[in-house]
Ligand binder design. Structure first.
Ligand SMILES: Cc1ncc(COP(=O)(O)O)c(C=O)c1O
Length: 377
């Protein structure tokens, strides 16, 4: 049998995944349609029970997106205008945007250059008497260093939110699952995430019954009971169709994560054996942790040249993220300047993501590796 010649590799191939679960998804979605029960309800509750177990948190509540998960988490922790919330300078916009949307003040911290996560050694110098919380982000699917973060939180009486949007099933070095370590964990079910819905969706997790209650009310305009508003919340509810889809997909998540890990191991080994490590480097894998590889990131020489070369070879690659928070136009009012966060800014200039999705074949990975090799040769 002649092998089909590969001429393109996408960054993500959701159709390939769908083909493997179509037979389970279609009846699950049909059941929601037959029930005509579309928002929250029994299907979402069922999913919440399963996902709480998966994340190893006592409570899990489906919400409308990962962004809304962050917003509702800050609201549940009663973050007020003028309060300072410390977070990384290098993440998806929502991490910082959610703080500003409550008129609180995001305070940025540089990253560790080898994991791209917040550098815990640089947090304490940013704590003031206005600091109320820390948002630690588990970027790309690897846990931030949580012990020092939790120690600082205890020392200064701060609350901790975990932005685990890219990190469902990720484990910290001590084996705890992310989203179960801080006060509230926030997850995204954006379709490109390891557990992706058929549209927007998100999750908040907590081990604290009082916070779980506040989150439940805030998710539905702060009402309890219906039409009696204890607090001002919003419409942050998850749709039943998403609950049904996510509940089916959750059963496959460990298999898919295993596929991503295998692909990451293959890239790592090939980068080594092809001696590409002179030109590209991969993040440090923290011993004892579980990295779920939502993204596989390379730090490279001549990043923009390589991006253009990969594009020419029809290989999907993306920069996560080209602009750090301190250099975002909308945060000019915070008074930071270029160069304030050298490691984050270097990462923004030197890194890119290459395809890592579970259905990727060895032949496709070799096509990607050949293209990288050709560029540097
Ligand atoms: C680190 C991080 N935080 C927050 C979000 C926001 O999630 P969503 O897109 O579901 O609103 C994302 C998703 O892209 C993310 O990667």
């Amino acid at each position: 049998m002649s092998e089909q010649k590969i001429t393109a590799v996408p960054l993500l191939d959701l159709k390939a995944q769908y083909e493997t679960i179509r037979g389970e998804i279609e009846p699950a979605v049909k059941a929601v349609m037959e029930s005509q029960y579309f928002i929250l309800g029994p299907k979402v509750k069922e999913f919440e029970t399963h996902v709480a177990d998966y994340v190893q948190a006592k409570y899990a509540l489906g919400v409308s997106s990962g962004t809304d998960a962050l917003l509702i988490a800050l609201m549940a922790l009663d973050i007020q205008p003028g309060d300072e919330v410390i977070t990384t300078d290098y993440s998806f916009f929502a991490t910082a945007g959610s703080i500003s949307r409550l008129n609180a003040i995001p305070v940025f911290v540089d990253i560790e250059p080898d994991t791209y996560n917040i550098d815990p050694a640089k947090i304490e110098e940013k704590i003031t008497d206005k600091t109320k919380a820390i948002i630690a982000v588990h970027l790309y699917g690897q846990s931030a260093d949580m012990n020092p973060v939790m120690e600082l939180a205890q020392k200064y009486n701060l609350r901790v939110i975990e932005d685990a949007a890219q990190a469902i099933g990720t484990e910290y070095a001590d084996g705890r699952r992310v989203g179960s370590i801080g006060d509230i964990g926030c997850f995204s079910f954006f379709p490109s995430k390891n557990l992706g819905g058929f549209g927007d969706g998100g999750l908040v997790t907590t081990n604290d019954a009082h916070l779980a209650e506040r989150l439940t009310y805030l998710r539905n305009h702060g009402a309890h009971p219906k039409y009696y508003h204890k607090m001002i919340g919003g419409n942050f509810r998850l749709d039943a169709i998403q609950g049904a889809v996510l509940d089916v997909k959750l059963k496959h998540l460990d298999g898919w994560t295993g596929g991503r890990q295998k692909n990451a191991d293959y890239y790592d080994a090939e980068i080594d054996s092809r001696e590409l490590d002179k030109f590209v480097s991969v993040p440090r894998r923290v011993a004892g942790g579980r990295h779920i590889f939502n993204q596989y990131i390379l730090r490279v020489q001549n990043r923009d040249g390589l991006l253009a070369h990969l594009k020419k070879q029809n290989i999907g690659s993306e920069v996560y993220y080209p602009v750090t928070f301190n250099n975002q136009e909308c945060f000019t009012y915070l008074g930071y300047k270029k160069g304030d966060f050298p490691e984050a800014e270097k990462a923004a200039a030197e890194t890119l993501a290459i395809p890592i999705y579970p259905e990727l074949t060895t032949e496709q990975q070799n096509y990607v590796l050949d293209a990288i090799e050709e560029f540097y040769r």
